[in-house]
Design a protein around this ligand. Structure first.
Ligand code: LLP
Length: 422
């Protein structure tokens, strides 16, 4: 459920018309709905309300300070994977005691920052990382709370780039080595084992892989406890998929269904459950708004709708061949002819597209298009490729909107560059 609705033929975000925002902010821009973010967070959080739990928003999905602050005020924690994300989460006011830090390549510096901040736990991905955390904590006379990330070898049935819990992926410690690794961790003087972590992938649209993974985790927790280890926290990761197609019957099981399926396994464990939803909270809480620059015919039947947004702004279609619905912001007249179109950006690559082979009501230059479900892994994956300033981010809250990140300008592009002989 989201708050992007067409009212009298014009797309609105909550109480504001999208063209009104475009007139003030210019295009392209990301547009987030505060009510949708709050609602989605509450749905995830309530789903586990009968268990001790922390809902740690995956910052990588949408890391704007205003979004993080809004979620933090709702009670969210943060799942971070870098020092930069730690910095953002803290700046946004998310308490360190609700922050968990995953990732296979944490540096000593980042580990130090997280220790100084007093985060809840590190999700540790290898034995070598344990040694480093022990060393960095030792230098501070501190003890680092850790959860070991176990790789359960479960197929999440998603795009291969975003499957993380298969034995061939770089994440986590293989199950057969896990008990040994936990014991090794426990023996280190500056490490305190407090839990276990797993995350099998993203955009998961079936319940079965979650149940299989949580069953695996529950067995593991029992084995670890039998071996004398303390497991107070079980982090079951994120990954709940969202509907990307409004016009089909696509209805992935939502967080409520997923939670009901796994809770019986979790209840008996007597742990604090940590979840790390990213896309499920932010994905359908944001859209990308772009303006049509001109049309062009291909050699064949196809029309290229050339827009001012591009793969540097929204990479998902180019990188994963991901589908995002594209809809006109202002409903065209009923007589408008339909065309088979690719919606493409100005970037000098044939891989630069936002949508391919869509039947669209033929837009005209100056029309606005909304690329839907762009709130997660949209702005956070944007770059300056082709020296394109990154776009603005706008947050609507009721009948007001706020520019929560200004559009970059040309000076921003070269801010840290230098010509040595000038
Ligand atoms: N926890 C961990 C350890 C993760 O690696 C991820 C996502 C999440 C939580 C959040 O997963 P979510 O609930 O958002 O599915 N750029 C890709 C998605 C990459 C996901 C990486 N890890 C995309 O645009 O589809």
């Amino acid at each position: 459920m989201h708050h992007f609705e067409t009212i009298d033929g014009v797309l609105h975000c909550e109480g504001i018309s999208v063209p009104d925002i475009a007139r003030e902010v210019g295009t392209p821009f990301y547009l987030y709905s505060a009510a949708t973010l709050r609602h989605h967070f509450q749905v995830f959080d309530q789903a586990f309300s009968d268990l001790p739990h922390i809902t740690a928003f995956a910052v990588k999905a949408c890391s704007n300070l205003a979004v993080l602050s809004l979620l933090g005020r709702e009670g969210a924690g943060a799942d971070i994977v870098s020092g930069g994300e730690l910095f953002r989460a803290l700046k946004a006011g998310i308490p360190a005691g609700r922050i968990v830090f995953a990732g296979v390549g944490k540096t000593g510096h980042e580990i130090g920052e997280a220790l100084d901040a007093g985060i809840l736990l590190f999700s540790v991905e290898s034995e070598a990382e344990l040694e480093l955390i022990n060393q960095v904590a030792g230098e501070r006379g501190a003890v680092a709370p850790v959860a070991l990330r176990v790789n359960p070898d479960v197929d999440p049935k998603t795009h291969p780039y975003i499957a993380t819990g298969l034995s061939e992926s770089k994440f986590g410690i293989p199950t057969r080595k896990a008990v040994e690794a936990f014991k090794q961790a426990n023996a280190l003087p500056h490490i305190r084992v407090v839990g276990m972590h797993q995350h099998i992938g993203s955009q998961i649209t079936e319940v079965a892989p979650f149940v299989e993974a949580v069953q695996h985790a529950a067995d593991m927790v029992n084995t670890l406890r039998a071996a004398g280890l303390t497991i107070d926290y079980l982090d079951i990761g994120g990954g709940v998929g969202i509907p990307y197609h409004a016009d089909t019957a696509e209805k992935p099981p939502g967080p409520g269904v997923m939670a009901e399926a796994v809770k019986p396994l979790l209840k008996a464990l007597n742990v604090t459950v940590i979840t790390e939803p990213g896309r499920g909270i932010a994905g359908n809480a944001g859209i990308f708004v772009t303006e049509v620059l001109r049309l062009k015919q291909s050699g064949g039947e196809k029309t290229f709708v050339i827009v001012d947004g591009a793969m540097n702004d929204l990479l998902r279609p180019s990188l994963y061949n991901a589908h995002h619905d594209v809809q006109p912001v202002v409903k065209p007249a009923a007589s408008t002819r339909k065309v088979l179109a690719d919606v493409v950006g100005p970037i000098c690559e044939s891989g630069d597209f936002l949508a391919k082979n869509r039947t669209l009501e033929c837009p005209a230059p100056g029309d606005l298009l909304a690329v839907m479900s762009a709130g997660a892994y949209g702005f956070t994956m944007a770059s300056n490729y082709n020296s394109r300033p990154r776009v603005a981010e706008v947050l609507v809250d009721g009948d007001r909107f706020h520019v929560v990140r200004q559009r970059e300008n040309y000076d921003d592009l070269i801010r840290r560059e230098e010509i040595p002989w000038a």
